[in-house]
Design a binder for this molecule. Structure first.
Ligand SMILES: [Zn+2]
Length: 507
């Protein structure tokens, strides 16, 4: 008997590692052993592989079968090794030729009847193989469209194990009709749907320009969600590499279909305030899956009724807000996912939600109001540059039927403003105004003299903390970029201060 050798991929986060599968079949009592740090799902591969082979009229060796996965130190999880294990078992029995196994990778889970099930993570697995000497990858038919986003590898989608074995033995492929649905591209909600709300619209434009995080405070029904949902439409379309990265994350989460294969729109993810820490930042026991903050990578993470969030969930966003990525460590290993997003938080002005304008009908005590908003204080809120109040749209704006600017018009302005900023940052390792370091704001990125005096005066009067000073200045840069000013003028600084009016609610 020979040793059957095939290859699969181990995926940890978005990082794939080539895994070699060796099968040895020797005489002795029927026995199956699996070596190389398999998890429970992988241990169960024996039963799936055996049923799939037997039900596909192949022979299961009633002998001593040893399956070894290497590198041995790498923890291996999940069921995507079924396919390479099945093929290696047949190769060890010399019932398939070894030639097509050379420089080929098999990826997929087997159903008991021999079907190859749709898999998670096909896209990042393939991307990780791009710089290896792998030539051919066999993937589940259901993942064919996703797999073909990657060029540079021969992708062979297969429906079931019989089809696969026919190809391995004869080189003949059952032609499956290529069904690649062209999903709607650039399907987003448009800013022109928003009636009135000039201040909030402008705040979104500034947020999109500088990548500033934003907190919207207003009573229910003022359109906070409607506004937040339109922020992605103001951001520049994702370039190819960024779009592929977003798709890869969604692939691992099994959410690529909802996202749309060819979407270049920055994602919009809105976890409910009852969401768990794992759902927010990622986790899991057998496979580490990305959380909402990674699904929102290169886009927008919106949390409505943020003060109602389960304790600790918002704090868990600290790491991604600081570093643009999140590392999750579990018994099976640790995975890092990108998580660079614009955070949009929405909150009612008080627990009952009626405290606005003249505070009609609000029965909350001032202590209750303070406690409620204090749930948003701390390191997370420190990273939020924009804090605006959202009031119900004025009746005149609502009744006039006047249509505001469309997303396309605003997006154009944002793109020009971002280009101005990019030129300025040519020698720095940053790309957005929200990232300007504090020391740079006090040196090469100062506002015009009168603007700086205004900020210093505000600090002297204790209207502004040192941190608030830096945030206001970052905002002023985005405002200046939008207004095509060389540097923030006094009017830009004043406007920036106005965009932080929500501050006073935090005392
Ligand atoms: Zn109230």
């Amino acid at each position: 008997m020979t040793i059957g050798v095939t290859h699969g991929v181990s995926l940890m986060g978005l990082a794939g590692t080539l895994v070699q599968i060796e099968v040895d079949i020797s005489d002795g009592l029927p026995h199956y052993s699996l070596l190389g740090l398999p998890d429970l799902a992988l241990m169960e591969s024996r039963d799936r592989v055996r049923s799939a082979l037997v039900n596909s009229q192949e022979i299961w060796p009633n002998k001593k079968v040893t399956v070894s996965l290497s590198p041995a130190w790498l923890p291996k999880s999940g069921s995507n090794y079924d396919l390479p294990i099945a093929v290696a078992i047949l190769a060890a029995q010399e019932v398939i030729p070894a030639e097509r196994l050379h420089r080929a990778v098999f990826y997929g889970e087997l159903a008991l009847d021999g079907r190859i099930r749709e898999a998670r993570g096909v896209l990042p697995a393939l991307i990780s193989l791009l710089h290896s000497d792998v030539q051919t990858v066999i993937v589940p038919q259901a993942n064919a469209a996703e797999a073909k986003l990657v060029s540079g590898l021969e992708i062979i989608p297969m429906e079931n194990i019989s089809e696969l074995l026919k190809w391995l033995r004869t080189g003949i492929r059952v032609e499956t009709e290529e069904v690649i649905s062209i999903e709607k591209v650039n399907d987003f909600k448009d800013l022109s749907d928003v009636a009135g709300q000039p201040d909030a619209r402008y705040a979104l434009e500034v947020a999109a320009t500088g990548g500033h995080h934003i907190l919207m405070i207003g009573p229910p029904g003022t359109g906070k969600t409607m506004l937040a949902e339109r922020l992605p439409s103001l951001l520049p379309e994702l370039h190819e590499k960024a779009a592929l990265e977003v798709s890869a994350i969604h692939s691992v989460a099994g959410a690529l279909k909802e996202r749309g294969l060819f979407s270049k729109v920055p994602p919009f993810i809105s976890p409910h305030h009852t969401t768990t820490r794992t759902a927010m930042v990622g986790g899991g026991s057998s496979v580490i899956k990305p959380g909402a903050c990674s699904l929102a990578h290169n886009g927008v993470l919106f949390i409505d009724e943020a003060p109602e969030c389960v304790s600790g969930v918002l704090d868990a966003l600290r790491q991604p807000l600081e570093s643009g990525e999140i590392t999750i460590t579990r018994a099976i290993g640790s995975a890092t996912f990108p998580a660079d997003f614009i955070l949009v938080l929405a909150a009612n002005p008080c627990p009952c939600g009626r405290l606005s304008g003249r505070g009609r009908g609000c029965s909350c005590s001032s202590l209750q109001v303070r406690r409620y908003l204090n749930r948003l204080s701390g390191p997370l809120i420190d990273r939020v540059d924009l804090r605006i109040k959202v009031e119900p749209p004025s009746r005149t704006a609502f009744a006039s039927g006047e249509v505001g600017e469309s997303s396309a018009v605003v997006r154009e302005r944002v793109a020009l403003a971002r280009a101005r900023a990019a030129k300025r940052f040519a020698t720095l390792n940053i790309s957005r105004n929200a990232e300007i370091p504090a020391f740079a704001l006090r040196n090469e990125f100062k506002a015009e003299r009168t603007g700086m005096s205004l900020l210093h005066n505000e600090m002297d009067r204790e209207n502004l903390t040192a941190r608030g000073f830096h945030k206001t200045l970052r905002l002023a840069w985005s405002i200046a970029d939008l207004a095509e000013h060389e540097l923030p003028l006094l009017e830009d600084v004043k406007r920036a201060l106005a965009l932080r009016e929500g501050m006073e609610l935090f005392g």
